[in-house]
Design a protein around this ligand. Structure first.
Ligand code: BGP
Length: 459
């Protein structure tokens, strides 16, 4: 069977500034990651921080040539706030302007549509010190930074994105200890989450005023929550997980309002963030035009076996237990479940409950450890990645047939890059990066990707 995709389907991949650029000697300000690495290097896998990453800053020309060769017609990258405005809200760094101009122009010359994100986990440390997303001053500084980006690069960017997975810094930094400032405090987490949504909505507002041709969206990581069984208690548990981890961002960004159920719940436990009526109005009036969906794995839950200890810190886990479904398929490297149909369930949910918003798969991918063991005749033969991509694309195709408004598929990632806590442990790229020589080589999956674009589908 041949799976054919619509004409102009977006084939590409995603990257982020902090994970690919490397610091370079160009006046970039310090990010949370660089700060954390400087004070606690042992937290990072093999003690490797975000210094060099894949050196995109110096090698972007060669990399874009390889994007072309691997069938990209679109590509998502992010701008580093710390690089563009090193002190957060002041002077613009000309070296950064030149760099991003070069990259964007190079993409366009190669017929690759630039998709550009404004924030991919890389909070400027100076902004963190001023309170991060808990601070109104930081929110305004971010909106200013966004405007500078729109003015500088405007319509040369096909699609703009305010945030990548904004819930992850909330989880990592304020609940589960895997991002700086590694605090555990739900009420502050809720304030950070709210501050991000507000910063997002204010940015959409500023964007609309400019009347650009390009679109603005947000990228959310959606994790469908599946209950263990079809009984009231498990269903309730799954609903809680959905409220906390999906609808907390999806609803305000796409529907313009938080789920009433979530507000009631946080009120009951005295965890509601501080906000004004005016904030809610801004959120209401500035929903997105385009949604990027990052999908890696689902969340499986069951009813709580024991009531949460009221003395322990308040966490979403007060309302459900994780469920390790027997027989589920696990990627042994990253420990994440592989469940291809999840991508279909998300797209159908967006079709039915989120005004069938224009969307695309903005990240999906498979991290693999020690990938050099799959090198055959100088090339990584990553047949498992090709299977992974096909498995998910079949379900994207199915959703399309059933009326989903999905416009493309982007893999995480292009060139192997540095990952937040895991360094270079898991490789995700279509293109291998040799860390000693920094040389690039196209993997089997890169060739597959080229054919995918060429035929606009696969068998
Ligand atoms: C997503 C992030 C990416 C990327 C990816 C893979 O959540 O948007 O930045 O890192 O996950 O995850 P990891 O690198 O943790 O294996």
């Amino acid at each position: 069977k041949f799976y054919r995709f619509p004409k102009d389907f977006w084939w590409g991949s995603a990257t982020s500034a902090e994970q690919t650029e490397g610091k370079g000697n160009t006046g970039k300000g310090v990010t949370n990651w660089e700060h954390w690495y400087a004070i606690e290097p042992n937290r990072f896998f093999n003690g490797v921080g975000p210094e060099i990453t894949s050196d995109f800053f110096n090698q972007y020309k060669e990399d874009i040539r390889l994007l072309k060769e691997t069938g990209h017609n679109s590509f998502r990258m992010s701008i580093s706030w710390s690089r563009l405005i090193p002190d957060g809200f002041g002077e613009v760094n000309e070296a950064a302007v030149e760099f991003y101009n070069n990259v964007i122009n190079e993409l366009i010359q190669n017929n690759i549509k630039p998709f550009v994100g404004l924030f991919h986990f890389d909070m400027p440390y100076i902004m963190q010190e001023r309170g991060g997303w808990e601070s109104r001053e930081v929110i305004d500084a971010y909106v200013h930074y966004a405007k500078v980006c729109f003015e500088l690069f405007g319509d040369r960017v096909a699609n703009w994105f305010t945030f990548n997975e904004p819930i992850v810094p909330v989880e990592g930094g304020y609940l589960y200890d895997f991002h700086y400032p590694n605090i555990v405090d739900f009420k502050r987490a809720a304030q950070v989450a709210f501050g991000t949504v507000l910063a997002h909505a204010k940015t959409v507002k500023a964007f609309k005023r400019l009347n650009l041709q390009s679109k603005i969206g947000i990228v959310l990581n959606l994790t469908p929550s599946y209950p263990r069984g079809n009984n009231e208690h498990d269903l309730k548990a799954a609903n809680y997980a959905d409220l906390f981890f999906n609808r907390s961002f999806l609803d305000p960004c796409v529907k313009g309002a938080y789920p009433q159920e979530l507000i009631e719940l946080l009120k009951e436990y005295d965890q509601l963030p501080v906000y004004t009526e005016e904030d809610l109005q801004i959120i209401k009036e500035n929903t997105v035009q385009l949604l990027g969906v990052n999908y890696y794995q689902p969340r499986r839950v069951k009813a709580k076996m024991y009531k949460a200890n009221e003395e322990s810190p308040f966490l979403p886990e007060w309302f459900f237990d994780p469920y390790e479904m027997p027989g589920r398929k696990i990627n042994p490297h990253r420990g994440w479940e592989i469940y291809e149909k999840g991508i279909y369930d998300i797209l159908i949910n967006l079709r039915d409950n989120y005004r069938n918003i224009e969307c695309f798969i903005s990240e999906n991918g498979m991290g693999v450890e020690n990938e050099q063991r799959f090198i055959e005749n100088g090339q990584v033969n990553d047949h498992y990645r090709i299977q992974f991509i096909k498995g998910h694309l079949k379900y994207v195709h199915q959703a399309l047939k059933e009326g989903s408004n999905v416009k493309g598929y982007h893999l995480w990632t292009a060139m192997d890059n540095w990952s937040w806590m895991n360094g270079y442990k898991n490789r995700y790229g279509l293109i291998r990066v040799d860390l000693d020589s920094m040389e690039r080589s196209i993997k089997k999956s890169g060739e597959f990707f080229q054919e995918l674009n060429d035929n606009n589908g696969f068998e």
